[in-house]
Design a protein around this ligand. Structure first.
Ligand code: 13P
Ligand code: SF4
Length: 315
């Protein structure tokens, strides 16, 4: 099969034959977003993963997302187009270093961003996503001593927003952290009528100038509901596809450090292609495995997050 039309038909046939469900993140290529049964941010995807009926989950995103789906569905088969599709943020928090780090903070509550490996989740008290981080932090008493890992940009943003003083692990997402405030400012000067919409993984200098900060789902909702007609998007390129679908009359400009770089494409998210998706459905590989004891330990903080999110009406 060598053209997109054949691949798409082949994927749909296999999906039907195998009673599989395709879950995809907003940063996937447009064609994969169109093929997905469900598209969402990390919070919605983890909630969806918990409730699916199909015995076969095809996860089009990055490894930590598929791993979360497996932790929530240990009895189901979770497959991915490319097992190497990781995440720079998850990589910035190696389990051995994190374990040593925690030894220096006895008595602290550990809140961990979902962009982390199962081993890091297993060392945590509560997981959060960009869509519920504020609610998760605010669910704890004001004087609670908290460690927030691994994203220092998201953690710093929540500290400023909630007046907390959480201890931050020094990790970042290479895609969002790289975007510089000067490039964003230049674009703002060229388009003074545009609103700046940013993901909280961006660095503080960018966040300080944003008109809206939120998860991928939050950003899509904001541009759809806003009276604004033009938006500068400080996030990964894939998100613009749904923005254009939901608000075709509006204009979206992706903020970038230079016109020639593709630094706004997450190299991991973009490893998933139609060819790999087809092969993965055909062979039901590569499969995502998580050790049994790790499933038990990592599931507790994820369930705690889902419970708080449910109470807050977020899911
Ligand atoms: P969201 O949960 O906002 O979709 O973010 C996931 C992510 O990896 C952002 O880089
Ligand atoms: Fe990880 Fe950043 Fe890619 Fe999101 S955009 S998956 S945080 S590397």
């Amino acid at each position: 099969m060598n053209n997109n039309k054949d691949l798409i038909e082949g994927i749909l046939d296999l999906k039907h034959q195998k009673n599989a469900i395709i879950l995809a993140h907003y940063y996937q290529i447009d064609e994969i977003q169109d093929l997905a049964d469900f598209i969402g941010d990390s919070l919605a995807l983890s909630q969806k993963a918990k409730t699916v009926d199909s015995p076969l989950i095809v996860f089009c995103g990055v490894h930590f997302m598929a791993e979360t789906a497996k932790i929530l569905n240990p009895g189901k088969k979770v497959i991915v187009p490319d097992l190497e599709a990781g995440c720079s943020l998850a990589d910035s928090c190696p389990p051995d270093r994190f374990k040593d780090f925690l030894l220096g903070y006895q008595g602290y509550t550990v809140i961990t961003y979902i962009n982390s490996t199962a081993r890091i989740k297993a060392m945590s008290d509560i997981i959060c996503t960009s869509g519920n981080a504020v609610h998760i932090v605010e669910s704890l008493p004001k004087d609670e001593k908290i460690i927030f890992a691994p994203d220092k940009n998201l953690g710093g943003y929540i500290n400023r927003l909630t007046g907390r003083n959480m201890v931050l692990w020094d990790g970042v997402c290479q895609v969002h952290d790289l975007l510089n405030a000067e490039a964003v400012l230049k674009l703002r000067m060229l388009h003074p009528d545009a609103l700046l919409v940013a993901h909280p993984e961006c660095n503080n200098a960018v966040l300080e100038t944003a008109d809206y900060i939120g998860s991928t789902h939050g950003m899509i909702k904001f541009v759809a509901q806003s009276h604004g007609k033009k938006f500068i998007i400080a996030s990964e390129t894939g998100i613009v596809y749904q923005m254009k679908k939901i608000a075709p009359e509006k204009e979206f400009l992706v903020a970038s450090n230079s016109e020639t770089c593709s630094c706004n494409d997450c190299p991991y998210m973009k490893m998933n292609t139609l060819e790999k998706l087809y092969k993965c459905l055909l062979t039901e590989t590569p499969e995502v495995f998580v050790e049994e004891d790790l499933i038990v330990k990592a599931r507790r903080p994820i369930d705690r997050m889902l419970e708080i999110s449910r109470k807050a009406g977020l899911i």
